[in-house]
Write a protein that binds this ligand. Structure first.
Ligand code: SF4
Length: 425
């Protein structure tokens, strides 16, 4: 125990903003204060310690770390159709080790993206996307549209750091130099802070986006409104988009989910492509889970595909749906599951949870994460950026280095997965 109080730079990986301007005050091996954290992350930071209570268990009984590793290797060695899922609460080193393990045992590997922006990824694979870094948005964007997303709730510092009040090279007055538009089916905290709110009817995004494309291409529409929005409002939005210096549209699951999710996103990306005939305009996803963007990137560079990849034949095959974790579990198509840094398990269908209760399941995650069932084997790790170095990808796919707040004394998922690989037959 020491009375020394030190301040350390910290990076938050709680949402896709990956804010890297936090300052942690550390006293007596604990974070006692955290500067610049938002309402989503402050409480979490204040629970972080140098010596978290790691849990290694088999069937709910405490065992040694080595026993948990041995049992995991035994399960994976005897599985004929293993699944590895998660990776959003990990970081590049752990994600890379997970892909190596999947390759070694011929597993299907899937990330939290398959329950999040999978429709968006399918759309951008079909029509491409115009993108930029959040730094460019901060420095250049004079028009920002949030479509189906409510960042003031989901990404609380997005507007302050990049897209709202943030000042930049060509936006010296911040919010005063920027017009913010929200398109959503309901009023939100962000719509209340916007200059313009277009409240559209549920599941009418596709029609509204195609109407905007038609107006942009010079067509005149006969109807008086589309999707609950008057044509004159759509005309106004199109002229704002054409006349801005640099426009950015950030879209969320409000656009990407639902029966037409990938068609909606495809329509938005095509609209943005069209607007680039007039001015610079970009589109970006609002990534929710911690490092789901990193999981996409690591899987892409290791297998060529971002999620839902089968390595069972010794080479990568990509098929969302067929190789998506929740669907596989619901169909009972796997005989062992290894959940590594899984986020969003609360969205898992009841049938998938039931499967997890009937097959050998290994759960590896930071100590503050609890599964909605008792796994066969449970292993805990430290958290990247708290207990070890790592890399997290921001929602714009910019890699942000993570440095530990505490000395590196806690095993990380990379080390544990490597130990499991070493134990395999
Ligand atoms: S906006 Fe996101 S990354 Fe930034 S401090 Fe809040 S939760 Fe963390």
């Amino acid at each position: 125990m020491t009375d020394t109080v030190v301040q350390k730079p910290a990076v938050c990986t709680h949402c896709g903003c990956v804010c890297d301007d936090l300052i942690a005050t550390v006293h007596d091996q604990r974070v006692t204060q955290i500067k610049n954290a938002c309402v989503l992350s402050e409480e979490w930071f204040l629970t972080q310690t140098a010596t978290p209570q790691l849990r290694f268990e088999i069937e709910g009984q405490t065992v040694s770390q080595q026993q948990a590793i041995d049992k995991t290797a035994e399960i994976l060695s005897s599985a004929t159709a293993p699944l590895i899922h998660g990776l959003a609460r990990s970081s590049t080193p752990g994600q890379r080790a997970a892909v190596e393990l999947a390759d070694r045992i011929g597993a299907i590997i899937d990330t939290s993206a398959s329950t999040c922006h999978a429709p968006s990824i399918l759309a951008l694979q079909r029509v491409g996307e115009s993108t930029c870094s959040l730094g460019e948005v901060r420095n250049r964007s004079d028009l920002v549209i949030f479509w189906g997303s409510n960042p003031l709730e989901s990404h609380p510092r997005h507007l302050v750091r990049y897209s709202g009040e943030a000042t930049g090279l060509f936006i010296p007055n911040g919010r005063a130099d920027r017009t913010i538009v929200v398109v959503d089916t309901q009023e939100t905290e962000t719509s209340q802070a916007a200059d313009l709110f277009l409240k559209i009817k549920p599941e009418s995004d596709f029609e509204v986006l195609w109407a905007l494309r038609a107006i942009l291409s010079g067509q005149s529409l006969e109807q008086s409104s589309v999707g609950g929005i008057e044509i004159k409002q759509l005309n106004d939005l199109v002229s704002r988009m054409k006349q801005c210096q640099f426009g950015a549209v950030f879209f969320g699951l409000g656009l990407a989910h639902g029966p037409l999710g990938h068609h909606n996103v495809e329509a938005l990306l095509q609209l943005v492509t069209d607007v680039n005939d007039h001015t610079r305009f970009i589109a970006r996803r609002m990534r929710n889970y911690g490092d789901v963007a990193g999981a996409d990137s690591v899987l892409c560079w290791q297998t060529g595909y971002p999620f839902s990849v089968s390595l069972s034949k010794g080479y990568p095959r990509y098929n969302p749906g067929e190789y998506s974790a929740f669907e596989l579990l619901t169909r009972r198509d796997v005989d062992a599951a290894f959940l590594i840094g899984s986020d969003g398990l609360n969205k898992m269908p009841a049938a998938a949870i039931e499967t997890l209760k009937t097959i050998p399941t290994i759960y590896l995650a930071p100590v503050d994460s609890d599964p909605p069932f008792v796994p066969t084997v449970r292993l805990s790790s430290g958290t990247y950026g708290i207990h070890d170095y790592g890399t997290a990808y921001r929602m714009d796919e910019v890699p942000i280095p993570l440095k530990p707040i505490f000395p590196e004394t806690v095993p990380m998922d990379e080390t544990l997965v490597q130990s499991i690989i070493d134990q395999l037959d």
